[in-house]
Design a protein around this ligand. Structure first.
Ligand SMILES: C[S@@+](CC[C@H](N)C(=O)[O-])C[C@H]1O[C@@H](n2cnc3c(N)ncnc32)[C@H](O)[C@@H]1O
Length: 270
């Protein structure tokens, strides 16, 4: 029986490496170029990709000339990343207690990882620790106007019941607020802190594919749906489908997913 948030996340991600790569990577890959832009020159730089998932950010950083390593706590994600990029080094490890020495990397990146952590401050402190002075840390998080999350959460609010036996979880949208990203980065010692809002979109020919995206590419909302009793869950699915149909333009479902890109530099005196 799953008793903690971390256990639930680990169990969820461990069974989703293939479905995540199929359904979510086409969206999360849209932040790779902005992350690379936020880092500056990469040739020969050592970069760590934390919560690397299927490894595409690491792969793109390597293509830009960086010496990249990836770390993720789900062994199946690490296996998928190794399949996708066999020449790169990926290892199982926890973002909140990185298995790397201090002052090792020129840059650290973490795409869509912080909302999955019990103690995101510990992971940000770890990024600071393993960075060399003047190194840059960049992380991303879905923005507060993310239409996918809003559709699912409204459908659950309208047709579901609150579920009391899910593990106690940190607030999912905390880092969707750019001010909170800045506050935590500054409190962790980072300088030259920035937050930028960028647009990503999910597009598909089939409205029903939104359910595949949710169940195959997310853990927490999938758990919230799976915990509903069948009749309510069916109504929630209908509401999600109805919302997807309302987003059809010229035969294609187009759903906006704004993303916060937050970054900071480890000062040279640290
Ligand atoms: C939403 S996915 C992001 C994957 C990838 N970075 C991307 O942009 O597509 C979140 C990833 O964080 C990993 N993760 C969650 N909690 C973690 C932790 N405590 N330590 C390391 N990895 C973690 C999950 O296994 C999953 O691969």
């Amino acid at each position: 029986m799953i008793t903690s948030f971390r256990e639930a996340e680990l169990a969820g991600w461990s069974t989703r490496s293939a479905s995540y790569d199929q359904h979510l990577s086409p969206i999360t890959n849209q932040v790779i170029a902005p992350i690379i832009a936020a880092l500056g020159p990469l040739d020969g730089r050592r970069v760590l990709d934390v919560c690397c998932g299927p490894g595409h950010l690491a792969g793109s950083l390597a293509a830009e000339g960086a010496a990249v390593e990836g770390v993720d706590f789900a062994a199946s994600m690490i296996a998928k990343a190794g399949e996708n990029y066999p020449r790169l080094t990926f290892q199982v490890g926890d973002a909140e207690a990185l298995p790397h020495a201090s002052d090792t990397f020129d840059h650290v990146v973490c795409a869509f990882g912080v909302m999955h952590l019990r103690r995101p401050e510990s992971a940000i402190a770890e990024a600071f620790r393993v960075l060399r002075p003047k190194g840059r840390f960049v992380f991303t998080q879905w923005g507060k106007d993310d239409e996918v999350l809003n559709i699912v959460l409204s459908a659950i609010a309208d047709h579901g019941t609150p579920i009391s036996d899910l593990p106690d979880a940190p607030p999912p949208l905390r880092f969707s607020d750019p001010r909170e990203c800045r506050r935590v980065l500054e409190a962790s010692g980072f300088t030259e802190v920035r937050d930028d809002l960028i647009e990503t979109t999910w597009t598909n020919e089939r409205p029903k594919a939104l359910l595949d995206l949710i169940y195959g590419g997310a853990v927490r909302v999938a758990m919230m749906l799976e915990a509903q009793e069948p009749a309510r869950r069916a109504r929630i699915h209908d509401a999600i489908l109805g919302a997807a149909k309302a987003h059809v333009f010229d035969g294609t479902v187009v759903i906006r997913r704004p993303v916060v890109v937050a970054s900071g530099t480890k000062p040279s005196s640290a």
